[in-house]
Design a protein around this ligand. Structure first.
Ligand SMILES: [Zn+2]
Length: 113
């Protein structure tokens, strides 16, 4: 680390579901010098808020790897509010949900029970 910044490169792999991006990530994660973080987009909600299991088999908040990440990044997960971290992300997706098609679909789902 120099100047408070991580001296690491980040490789972002994006893809649609079932596109093979997870396979590529898993393969790269096996190489020396790579650290595979998985679907990090779900870290806040599924990992920290819902407490779902990490790939290592323990809940994310108790996982040794993710605990070290939280401590390095924020001084510990208890120093931040995951809901607060998600708020700006969720606000990105509020537009477009109130369209006629969405309203019609919602009404139909309501009628179907
Ligand atoms: Zn883990």
């Amino acid at each position: 680390m120099t100047g408070g910044e991580l001296d690491q490169k980040v490789l972002y792999i994006g893809g649609f579901g079932r596109s093979g991006s997870t396979l590529v990530e898993r393969i790269l994660g096996q190489l020396p010098g790579f650290c595979s973080a998985g679907e990090i987009v779900f870290l806040w909600q599924r990992g920290l808020i819902d407490g779902q299991l990490c790939g290592c088999g323990v809940p994310v908040p108790e996982c040794e790897f993710w605990s070290r990440v939280g401590k390095t990044a924020f001084g510990g997960w208890d120093q931040i509010d995951a809901h607060e971290m998600l708020a700006p992300i969720y606000s990105w997706f509020t537009e477009g949900f109130d369209t006629a098609d969405i309203r019609d679909a919602k009404a139909l789902l309501g009628e179907l029970g």
